[in-house]
Design a protein around this ligand. Structure first.
Ligand SMILES: *[C@@H]1O[C@H](CO)[C@@H](O)[C@H](O)[C@H]1NC(C)=O
Ligand SMILES: *[C@@H]1O[C@H](CO)[C@@H](O)[C@H](O)[C@H]1NC(C)=O
Ligand SMILES: *[C@@H]1O[C@H](CO)[C@@H](O)[C@H](O)[C@H]1NC(C)=O
Ligand SMILES: *[C@@H]1O[C@H](CO)[C@@H](O)[C@H](O)[C@H]1NC(C)=O
Ligand SMILES: *[C@@H]1O[C@H](CO)[C@@H](O)[C@H](O)[C@H]1NC(C)=O
Ligand SMILES: *[C@@H]1O[C@H](CO)[C@@H](O)[C@H](O)[C@H]1NC(C)=O
Ligand SMILES: *[C@@H]1O[C@H](CO)[C@@H](O)[C@H](O)[C@H]1NC(C)=O
Ligand SMILES: *[C@@H]1O[C@H](CO)[C@@H](O)[C@H](O)[C@H]1NC(C)=O
Ligand SMILES: *[C@@H]1O[C@H](CO)[C@@H](O)[C@H](O)[C@H]1NC(C)=O
Length: 861
């Protein structure tokens, strides 16, 4: 019997000493960019540009000038000789963070719930325009890590869905949108950053955990390829310009130092042509990380606010002392500049005209050191007409989980009750809690660096009042009780109501903020702030209760979901600034809901798989987070163990109904698959390094305190570095092969942006007919799942979907394709994809468990 990795691990774990930790094999040298795919033009221009740069100029492109030294959350040095000011990197995945007069977009999880690729693109484009018009070069988003292994993981809402295909397609469309607006997107966080606890040891120490290393996510090669890496393939195929390496370790090697994930997987196998930047503080070694594939250090300093850098001066020195080969710094600079040309920044660049550190108009340019008092905030309004797409995503992402005829409302309701704090305003103001780090009033965004300031926030209470009282059809009365502990008043109000609209929520966010004992990750899966009691009170007193939930992912609803007095349930996610208006569009039937839940609603936390690791389990060393659930996250886990969900992945009701018929499978001439062979070219060397005396701190520059420059204090390199361990092999070990710039063997699964080109050849066309059998126009989402048939394969996996608008009585013939990747498994022996001999079936329907159509696929040669 051949053992899989998980079985082997289980076997060895029982005999091995506790010291044998998961290990990440070295992979060197770091692949140099070659301009493959549609990067040829950008590559050529980048090579030309970089060939004319000095070493210090190249180093400036790679290193941030230090935390809060410039206006953006991260800025590189500039190249004044060529008129290039430092690059601006700005959060977030849902808008321009730390700014003003910008939009607050719906979160990624809402985009996933629309299952609408066009809306994903339009949101990306609108966000890209706002970043562009504020002078941002790189928008730090979108997110596919976390993917969503943990439903209670703090940052799951920043990304899309715990399914690699739904996430991958939304990720790709968002990237295209951002980059079509002329801004470089940043696919993050690479990779396996699935929980907030212990992601950074320093942060964990702040919570009182006694550890000195960040968590290690330990994962086998097959699951890496078939699950977590999958969306990054789509990002690369969409042409993403940058990737952010994450805080956590992978197999006990930090994500920004991990030569296996960066050099082998990302740049070797997937042929990523852009640049890798570190998450803020995720950079852990100067020479080591450069050789492992990191291209840009953000925000540049060793610790946020420290005046030293692993790069900057140290990078100049490491190239001068020969530890980092010249081709490697050239490759870093070429990748960075290629991304710049690829999205057309040379055509449209304007300097940033806002400050992340103050909303005052005037302030210090170098904020952290109080130097150079200037006009900092131009207060440019960049919102355009983006409120429209925000409102549309808000309503199109709404998932109708239950409806016993209660919805849509008719305006005939004489007495409308609005119950729950989540309906109303935050008494501190919509932006009253820094980085949205509180849960007061209605919830429209999670907390952390993945947030943005709201320009305004239309609450459900405001929008419903407007609708009931001021709309042309309005003829009712409306009363709200928004104190979640005022249960007597709620009971009295519900008892009089024709309909009670009950608002509840749960919140989560990034680990540096603790809200009510939730250290980023949620500490429980229940509703916040007495939410269950609010629902119970309404349902005891009113037989027409509509529950509306604002949550980042699933909450446990089993205690009340089936209560007959609860006549409808809507999940509204984290809808952004137009929250209330998006909601009334659905409540009153102007928008027929067509969203589908992008995650499973289970009966217990256990049904989702192993819990978040919340206690260190390796002494002071890196907590070991073994991903023992492998491929089986979210619906794959429920299907494998046959757990009955309350509402399954992909499920959502409509005010209409739909039927599915006429499944057809047509083989296409996909060609045959061959492993890529051959060698790369040798690493190009662009320009001349010069010598130490060329890089002494220039007299012409006024030194800003603590600012990170590429220059040397003296021609004595050791002295300029100031590192007591300078030159010690133990300190900066150069791994075997890391300096080798000679032609390298190509990986079998490589060959184009995203991997072996054969993987993207279509093998089958699948068609099905979807009919609107109801009385109103509506949207339906045909979903195609595949069963790969092997014993280590999930029961079913999503492979294709589209959102269709269908008139009553209308039939639409939906057509989609399956390519070789869709049918393949990762084979760890050949380090390549292969189609197994097992019988493969496809299913089409409108959720992961409502699949009326199915067919066996013909064997692929
Ligand atoms: C982690 O270790 C497992 C088990 O040896 C291996 O399959 C996998 O490829 C490793 N991944 C990385 C990124 O090192
Ligand atoms: C590096 O960037 C800083 C900040 O923009 C600038 O002052 C300096 O002149 C740059 N150095 C070079 C060599 O261009
Ligand atoms: C940003 O402000 C600068 C002045 O500091 C101005 O030149 C630039 O045009 C502004 N950008 C936009 C998009 O308004
Ligand atoms: C160079 O890097 C080391 C850490 O490897 C650090 O201690 C030192 O301060 C750095 N030097 C500069 C000039 O930033
Ligand atoms: C779950 O956590 C939330 C937020 O901290 C809290 O309001 C709620 O009471 C908790 N639920 C239970 C059952 O403890
Ligand atoms: C449903 O609401 C009615 C009031 O309309 C109440 O009398 C009844 O007890 C409620 N049922 C439940 C199960 O709470
Ligand atoms: C989902 O499909 C089923 C048939 O499998 C159908 O009865 C139902 O109306 C569909 N629901 C929606 C919201 O399309
Ligand atoms: C280099 O010189 C500056 C200015 O005197 C000083 O602040 C800095 O600490 C020096 N760096 C090192 C590594 O000695
Ligand atoms: C080369 O420079 C780097 C950066 O300062 C330093 O960390 C490393 O120890 C040096 N190596 C040698 C061999 O001098």
């Amino acid at each position: 019997m051949k053992l899989g990795w998980l079985e082997l691990a289980a076997l060895t774990a029982s005999v091995a000493s506790a010291k044998e930790l998961a290990y990440s094999p070295p992979y060197y040298p770091s692949p140099w960019m070659d301009g493959q795919g549609d990067w040829a033009d950008a590559h050529e221009r980048a090579v030309e540009f970089v060939s004319g740069l000095t070493l210090a100029e190249k180093v400036n492109l790679t290193t941030g000038s230090g935390w809060e030294q410039e206006r953006c959350v991260g800025e590189t040095g500039g190249i004044p000789r060529l008129g290039m000011w430092g690059w601006c990197m700005q959060d977030s995945p849902l808008g321009v963070r730390d700014s003003d007069y910008n939009s607050g977009f719906p979160a990624g999880v809402n985009v996933a719930a629309t299952w609408d690729k066009t809306l994903a693109y339009l949101r990306g484009k609108a966000m890209g325009e706002e970043h562009r018009d504020k002078g941002v070069d790189v928008q730090l988003g979108p997110v596919a890590g976390p993917l969503g292994k943990n439903p209670d993981g703090g940052r799951v809402w920043e990304g899309f869905a715990p399914d690699p295909v739904l996430t991958g397609q939304m990720f790709a469309e968002t990237i295209k949108g951002i980059q079509d607006a002329g801004v470089i997107a940043c696919a993050k966080h690479y990779i396996l950053n699935e929980q907030e606890h212990f992601r950074q040891s320093s942060e964990a120490q702040g919570y009182g955990y006694d550890i000195d290393q960040s968590v290690s996510s330990n994962l086998d090669d097959k699951t890496m390829h078939e699950l977590y890496l999958w969306p990054f393939v789509d990002a690369i195929r969409a042409g993403v310009g940058s990737v952010m390496c994450s805080y956590n370790q992978i197999n006990n090697s930090y994500a920004c130092s991990n030569s296996y994930t960066l050099n082998k997987l990302l740049k070797g196998e997937l042929g990523f042509q852009g640049f890798v930047m570190s998450d803020w503080g995720a950079h852990h070694s100067g020479v080591g990380d450069a050789l492992a594939g990191l291209d840009m250090s953000m925000p540049g300093d060793v610790l946020l606010g420290s005046p030293y850098s692993y790069w900057g001066t140290n990078l100049t020195i490491a190239v001068l002392n020969g530890t980092i080969p010249e081709w490697r710094i050239d490759d870093m600079a070429t990748r960075i500049m290629a991304a710049y040309y690829k999205v057309g920044r040379d055509q449209i660049r304007t300097p940033p005209n806002f400050s992340s550190w103050t909303r005052d108009v005037y302030g210090y340019e170098h904020f952290i050191v109080n130097e150079n008092y200037i006009k900092l905030n131009e207060r440019v309004n960049v919102q355009g007409d983006h409120a429209n797409v925000i409102r549309k995503i808000g309503s199109d992402s709404m998932v109708l989980l239950k409806n016993n005829g209660a919805l849509p409302l008719t305006h005939d309701e004489k007495f409308v009750a609005i119950l729950g704090e989540d309906a109303g305003s935050n008494p501190y103001g919509a932006n009253g809690c820094s980085d949205r780090g509180c849960d007061d009033g209605t919830l429209a965004m999670g907390w952390g660096s993945g947030s943005a300031n709201f320009p305004y926030l239309i609450t459900p209470e405001q929008a419903i009042q407007n609708e009931v009282i001021f709309s042309s059809q309005g003829k009712g009365d409306v009363f709200s009780v928004t104190d979640n502990w005022a249960l007597d008043q709620m009971a009295a109000t519900a008892a009089q109501a024709d309909v009670s609209l009950v608002f509840v929520n749960a919140d989560s966010g990034e680990g540096y903020i603790n809200v009510d004992g939730n250290e980023g990750d949620r500490k429980n899966m229940t509703l916040w702030g007495n939410g269950e009691e609010v629902i119970k009170t309404a349902a005891e007193n009113c037989n027409n209760v509509v529950v509306i939930m604002h949550t980042p992912n699933a909450v446990l609803i089993g205690d009340w979901a089936h209560n007959p007095n609860i006549t409808a349930i809507l999940w509204a996610g984290l809808p952004g600034q137009e929250s209330g208006r998006s909601l009334v569009d659905v409540l009153y039937g102007r928008v027929n809901p067509g969203g589908k839940t992008p995650f499973t609603w289970g009966k217990s936390r256990e049904a989702y798989g192993p819990p978040i690791l919340t206690e260190p389990n390796n002494g002071k060393g890196a907590p070991q987070d073994d991903f023992t659930d492998g491929l089986y996250i979210d619906y794959r886990h429920f299907d494998k163990y046959d757990y009955q969900p309350i509402y399954e992945f992909g499920y959502g009701l409509s005010y209409s109904s739909f039927s599915f018929s006429d499944l057809e499978v047509t083989p296409l001439n996909g060609g045959s698959y061959s492993a890529t062979t051959g060698m790369t070219k040798k690493a190009p060397v662009l320009g001349k390094i010069g010598q130490a005396s060329d890089y002494l701190f220039p007299k012409s520059i006024k030194r800003i305190t603590q600012y990170l420059y590429p220059y040397l204090n003296s021609t004595n390199l050791r002295e300029s570095s100031g590192d007591p361990d300078y030159g010690m092999p133990s300190k900066d070990y150069v791994p075997a092969g890391a300096s080798d710039g000679s032609p390298q063997e190509l990986l079998p699964a490589s060959g184009s942006s995203g991997g072996n080109p054969g993987l993207f050849e279509d093998l089958f066309r699948i068609t099905a007919t979807i009919t609107n059998t109801g009385k109103v126009a509506g949207d339906e989402v045909p979903q195609l799942y595949i069963s790969l048939g092997g014993k280590d394969d999930p029961v079913r996996q999503l492979r294709a979907f589209d959102r269709l608008s269908i008139q009553p009585g209308q039939k639409i013939k939906w057509s989609t394709t399956l390519n070789r990747r869709d049918l393949s498994n990762w084979d760890t022996n050949s380090q390549n994809w292969l189609i197994s001999k097992a019988t493969k079936k496809v299913y089409v329907g409108n959720s992961s468990r409502k699949l009326p159509l199915s067919a066996t696929l013909p064997t692929v040669q």
